[in-house]
Design a protein around this ligand. Structure first.
Ligand code: GLU
Length: 313
C-alpha cells in the first residue's frame, strides 16, 4: 500500500524481536495507554516477535498494586496475551543500584547535594525546566548527598525513529546532568527503563511520542552502560478536546473491561488502520485477527497527532 510503513528490518539479527508495553500503575488504563499497548503488540506480533508487559512502578509513592492488577485485568479483557511473567520495577532495585554503582565507578555519575530551590534559581532553562548548572560535578564541598546524577556531554545524541525519522538532542543544553536516583531514594524512570530494556532483551521500543524527549537520555545511559540501543518508534499521542494528552493528570476516563471491543477498534482507527464498520460488533478474537492481518502504520504526517477518540472515554 502506498504511504504505509512497511515493517522495518530487524536490527538485532535476523528473526529477533522483543517488544514491550510498560504502563505505570499510577492510575487505571485509559485510551492513551491502550494505543501504546495495541501499537507495540501488533508491531511485535507482525514481526514474529515476543511481547512483554512491564509494570513501571519505580515511583512507588505514586503507584499501587491495585492499579497494576486492574491494568492487567483490562488488558486481558482486551485479549492481549503477553509472553512470560509481568515484571515489576519495584522488585528490581538491586539491578538499578548495580547500574548506578557502575556509573559511579566509571566516573559517569556523581552525588548531588543541591535542593530543588537552589537548582530553580539557576538561570539556565532547558526543555523540561531548569538545566542543572553542574554545581556538584566537582564534589559536594562537605554537603550531604541527596540525589545522584549522570554527566551529559554537548555532542548531540541522535537516533532514527522508525516513524518520524532522525531525531537529535543536545543533552547539555536541553536537559543537563539528570537525576538517576532521586532525593527520596527511589530510582528515576530514565535509569530503570534502560536497565530493564537491556535485562529483558528488548530490541524494539514502541511507545507514545510524549516519551520522544526522553529517548536521547536513555540512549546516553545505554552507551555509558555498554548496552545495545533498541529500535524506537514513537506513536502519536491521544489528546482530549482541550488538546491535552490523555493521562491521569488530565483525568482521562479509565477504560472498562466491558468496553474492550469498541476501545480496540477505536485504537486501531487512531493508529491509522481502517477497520470495517462491522468489526466493532465482532468478538475480541476476530478484532485481533483482522488487526494482525492488516497492520501497517501510515508514514508520519498521515497519522493524526491529536484525536479525541471516543466521547465517552
Ligand atoms: N511507564 C511509561 C508510561 O507509562 C512508559 C515508559 C516506556 O514505554 O518507556 O508513560
Amino acid at each position: 500500500m502506498p504511504g504505509t510503513l512497511t515493517p522495518a528490518p530487524l536490527s538485532e539479527g535476523e528473526g529477533i524481536y522483543a517488544g514491550r508495553f510498560a504502563p505505570s500503575p499510577s492510575g487505571p488504563l485509559h485510551f492513551g495507554s491502550l494505543i501504546a499497548a495495541v501499537g507495540s503488540c501488533l508491531d511485535a506480533r507482525t514481526h514474529g516477535g515476543r511481547w512483554l508487559v512491564r509494570m513501571e512502578d519505580v515511583d512507588e509513592p505514586r503507584c499501587s498494586q491495585a492499579h497494576a492488577d486492574e491494568i492487567l485485568r483490562v488488558l486481558e479483557a482486551c485479549g492481549f496475551e503477553w509472553d512470560g511473567e509481568v515484571v515489576h520495577q519495584s522488585r528490581r532495585k538491586e539491578l538499578y543500584q548495580a547500574a548506578l554503582d557502575r556509573l559511579l565507578q566509571n566516573g559517569h555519575a556523581y552525588p548531588c547535594a543541591c535542593t530543588r530551590r537552589e537548582i530553580a534559581d539557576s538561570s539556565l532553562n532547558g526543555i523540561e525546566g531548569p538545566v542543572y548548572p553542574g554545581t556538584c560535578r566537582a564534589g559536594l564541598a562537605g554537603r550531604a548527598p541527596r540525589a545522584w546524577r549522570v554527566r551529559v556531554g554537548s555532542e548531540p545524541v541522535c537516533f532514527e525513529d522508525r516513524l518520524r525519522g532522525r531525531h537529535c538532542q543536545n543533552l547539555e543544553a536541553d536537559i543537563g546532568d539528570f537525576v538517576i536516583r532521586r532525593a527520596d531514594g527511589f530510582f528515576a524512570y530514565q535509569l530503570a527503563v534502560v536497565v530493564d530494556d537491556h535485562e529483558q532483551g528488548i530490541t524494539h521500543v514502541v511507545r507514545g511520542a510524549d516519551l520522544l524527549a526522553s529517548t536521547p537520555r536513555q540512549i546516553h545511559l545505554q552507551r555509558l552502560l555498554g548496552h545495545a540501543t533498541p529500535a524506537y518508534l514513537h506513536l502519536p499521542v491521544a489528546v482530549n478536546e482541550h488538546g491535552q494528552k490523555l493521562s491521569k493528570q488530565t483525568l482521562a476516563a479509565p477504560l472498562e473491561a466491558n468496553q474492550a471491543g469498541p476501545a480496540l477498534v477505536a485504537a486501531l482507527r487512531f493508529l491509522g488502520q481502517r477497520p470495517p464498520p462491522d468489526l466493532q460488533a465482532a468478538s475480541i478474537a476476530e478484532i485481533w485477527q483482522w488487526a494482525t492481518a492488516n497492520w501497517a502504520l501510515p508514514a508520519d504526517g498521515l497519522l493524526p497527532s491529536s484525536v479525541s477518540p471516543m466521547p465517552s472515554m
